[in-house]
Design a protein around this ligand. Structure first.
Ligand SMILES: NC(=O)c1ccc[n+]([C@@H]2O[C@H](COP(=O)([O-])OP(=O)(O)OC[C@H]3O[C@@H](n4cnc5c(N)ncnc54)[C@H](OP(=O)(O)O)[C@@H]3O)[C@@H](O)[C@H]2O)c1
Length: 320
């Protein structure tokens, strides 16, 4: 048997995404062989293809980070597709993994799974206690179904460990900087950078800037995922992963403005949707297991801005 045959095979779905790329970079376990087929090699909406792929590649562990992901504009515009595509991907990946006798499965949920009026910091046991936030309901429903499917399978079959991690909002290297798909932090970076380079002295903020959000640097999430994999038997069915600190939208703009050296003004478009008033997850349970996020917002924004400059503004870059 060659050394390669003794390696534990970890299938990372969504390996080309922000979380997937950070996970690949943060893997320092030499006994793990990572299998990261891209969408062209393995379309996760096609269950037959997934079953064929699993039969050939035989992974031991799955980290499921693939999803149709988008910001508030995209979620409002296409709720059907966010619901249907994500339900399909999740059902296919979970069902086929179980049929292939995979024992260890880490599913990525999202803080959108929490009811819009749930008490903050959001505790894992408040899922399904009330109505969801309408601006991303389709996406959230698909995430809740996947978490429940993992939970039901683990209850019915005590030999498997299918657990869901619920990260807060994320940003970081490999984030999407496209105007249609981007989340808050990359969109702030692009807006401020564009204003600076075009001598524009006013940047628009959606809403009144008062709603609060928790954003974690995605490399910290990657560390948390590898940590959780090593502790998978101790994990509850759902486990929050956050950095423990939230800021108002205006504060995110102000902190980024200092880093990018934008000295202009902000104006508020109060007619635009701004989602839940506050969203911060309660990370007490993962902290008790021994993990804490370590990147400050300032450090994370600096690194994300560097990534944007090097990879999106350089015409030779694959991301440009
Ligand atoms: N970003 C956040 O703020 C955030 C917060 C909480 C939770 N999460 C969760 O974390 C996970 C990863 O998110 P992310 O930010 O890394 O998203 P992302 O950058 O958009 O990556 C999504 C990944 O899924 C893949 N994918 C989508 N549809 C597919 C299909 N039909 N077949 C195969 N692959 C497909 C994409 O492949 P392509 O490259 O081909 O499109 C990409 O690799 C998701 O489950 C998300 O819900 C994200």
């Amino acid at each position: 048997m060659t050394k390669k045959d003794t390696q534990t095979k970890v299938w990372i779905t969504g390996g080309s995404g922000m979380v997937g790329r950070n996970l690949i970079e943060k893997n320092n376990n030499k006994s793990f062989k990572l299998l990261c087929p891209n969408r062209a090699e393995l379309d996760l909406t096609k269950i037959k293809r997934i079953k064929e792929w699993l039969a050939i590649n035989k992974p031991d562990i799955v980290i499921h980070s693939a999803a149709k992901v988008g910001g508030i504009h995209a979620n409002i515009a296409e709720p059907t597709s966010f619901l249907l595509t994500n339900i399909k991907i999740n059902n296919n990946v979970i069902e086929a993994s179980y049929e292939s006798k995979i024992k260890y499965f880490l599913n990525l949920g999202s803080s959108c799974m929490y009811p819009r009026n749930a008490e903050n910091p959001l505790k894992e046991n408040s899922i399904l206690t009330s109505d969801l936030e309408p601006t991303n309901e389709g996406y959230a429903l698909a995430k809740i179904c996947a978490a429940k499917l993992c939970e039901y399978l683990s209850v019915e079959d005590k030999s498997i460990f299918y657990k869901t991690l619920i990260p807060c909002n994320l940003y970081g290297r490999y984030d999407s900087f496209s105007t249609q798909r981007s989340h808050l932090i990359p969109s702030i970076i692009v807006k401020l950078h564009t204003a600076i380079t075009n001598n524009i002295n006013e940047v628009e903020i959606w809403g009144d800037g008062s709603v609060r959000r928790e954003f974690m640097y995605s490399s910290d999430l990657a560390e948390a995922i590898w940590f959780c994999l090593h502790n998978i038997k101790k994990l509850p069915d759902c486990l929050n992963v956050g950095c423990g600190r939230d800021y108002s939208i205006l504060e995110f703009y102000q902190i980024a403005a200092k880093i990018l050296n934008y000295t202009g003004a902000f104006k508020f478009d109060k007619d635009k949707p701004q989602g839940m008033k506050r969203k911060i997850v309660n990370s007490k349970n993962i902290n008790l297991l021994g993990w804490e996020a370590k990147t400050t917002l300032e450090e994370g924004i600096k690194k994300t801005y560097d990534f944007y400059i090097k990879n999106h503004l350089d015409k030779n870059s694959i991301f440009a």
